[in-house]
Each structure stands twice: as C-alpha cells, then as structure tokens.
Design a protein around this ligand. Sequence first.
Ligand SMILES: O=c1ccn([C@@H]2O[C@H](COP(=O)(O)O)[C@@H](O)[C@H]2O)c(=O)[nH]1
Length: 279
Amino acid sequence: MSFINKLSAAWATNNSLLCVGLDPDITKFPPHLRNQPAAIFTFCKAIIDATADTACAFKPQIAYFSALRAEDQLEAICDYIRNAHPTIPIVLDAKRGDIGATAEQYAREAFERYGADAVTMSPYMGWDSVAPYLEWKNRGAIILCRTSNPGGSDLQFLTVEGKPLYQHVARLVADKWNTNGQCALVVGATFPEELAQVRNIIGDMPLLVPGIGAQGGDIQATVNAGKTANGTGMMINSSRAILYAKPDEAAGEDFAAAARRVALETRDAINRFRVGAVV
Ligand SMILES: O=c1ccn([C@@H]2O[C@H](COP(=O)(O)O)[C@@H](O)[C@H]2O)c(=O)[nH]1
C-alpha cells in the first residue's frame, strides 16, 4: 500500500491526525530504564504500545539514535512498529539532502534499512536531490517548506520574485515534483498564517506539522489553517510533550500511561476543530 493510502487509512481508523514523535533522550528516561542495555528500544516500545491507537503516524527522529550509536535500536523499533502496529505509517525524520548519487543511498537507508514509509528531506539542492526518493513509488517524500523554528524565517521568508521563498517551495512541489502523488510538506504549527497559505497552494497534499506541545503552537489555529475540506490532511506531530509527560506519582501512573493520557488529550483537542471526526 502507498504511503498516502496508509496514512489516509490511519486517519480514518484511529480518528486521529496526531503523529507521535519518537525523540528518545536517555537523560529524561525514568531512572529504572536508564542503565538497561537496550533502554532506547524498551522506552520507545512502551510509548508505541501505549499510543498506537491514538496516532496516525510515528515519527522517529534519527539524530536521537545516531548520536548514541543506537541505529540498531532504531531498526528494531521500526521492525516492531511494522509487526505489532502494521497500519501505522513510519515517518523517518532525517532531513536528508544531497546530490543524486548520495541521495540514492539515503533513500535505501530510509526505505530498505529502516523500512520507513516516508522520509523528510530538504528541497534546497533541487530536483535531482529529491528524485531518487521518488523512485520508491509507494513511499513518501516529505519536503521541508516552512519549518517550525524561529530561524526558519532567515531564509524561508526571503522575498523571491514577490513571494516568500517557502511559497515557491510549496508551488514547486505541488506543480512539478509530485507527479506520482507521493510528496508531502513540512510546515510548522508555530506559523498558522503560513500554514493556511501553503494549504491554499497545495490542495489536499498531506502536511507534516511539528510545533504543538513543547514548541507551543496553538492547536485550534493549526487545525483551522491546515485541514483539508474533509477535516484531514495533516500529521500534527508532538514529541517531548508526549514522551516526557509528567507521571502523576500519586495516582501510580507510569511514563507510558502518562504518554497515553497526553496523546489522547492531544488527539481529542485536535479533533474538536475538525469536521467529520468523532470527538
Ligand atoms: O520544522 C520542523 C521540522 C521538524 N521538527 C522535528 O519535530 C519534532 C518536534 O519535537 P517536539 O518535542 O514536539 O518539539 C523534533 O523531532 C524536530 O526535529 C520540528 O520541530 N520542526
């Protein structure tokens, strides 16, 4: 099944636009996990099992694994998601971008080694740097457009031929690169006005929208700006706010139960502003 069809099915089955981000930071793990041999796998597995029915996608961020030489645990996590929760797409957040020959290897890394359904990448090396990913016809290419960080404005907001650069990226992907319907864009929840502009340019193309939760993006503004006519069209990501939800010790709540509680609250908060969702 293609990435876009798998994502559409997950939106419907789980009644959710929430993407659960997997950014495992050992210093924030519960003390009993920190010194275990495969602590990252154990932590992520518990989060995945606790949140799978609340999510439309899981998004592992590769830097949290490679920084600790834990790519083997990332492989194991991707295998686990595919086997235990096969209907939930895996979005590998790697933000790749390089010349075509190197991009071919990055595509193999994402789609063969990790078995990801989609991978994030930069558009700024142009068509030949993106084309190798699009050879994988049933996988997704998620291209940075208007990122959630304040510094994103340094370049993405520059005016080029009368329009901000991020709008050129949106138009280029929608009109020229998305020939097989496998592209999506990254637009931050921290910039709802730009999110609305991008939605106007790209029609129903999916958006990966990081920036709610720890980065403070407003859920109502995000959903209103980014939803499609049928109330879908987005993977709204939250990582730290779910992974490190404060356990309520008094109620005996463990980290995974706390993550589930916050994931459910976030999914329901998103659904309040959609059409066609059961709240
Ligand atoms: O514009 C972007 C693109 C990617 N990200 C990634 O999303 C998560 C956000 O984590 P939070 O803890 O929910 O803030 C993280 O993996 C980033 O690398 C982004 O934030 N903004």
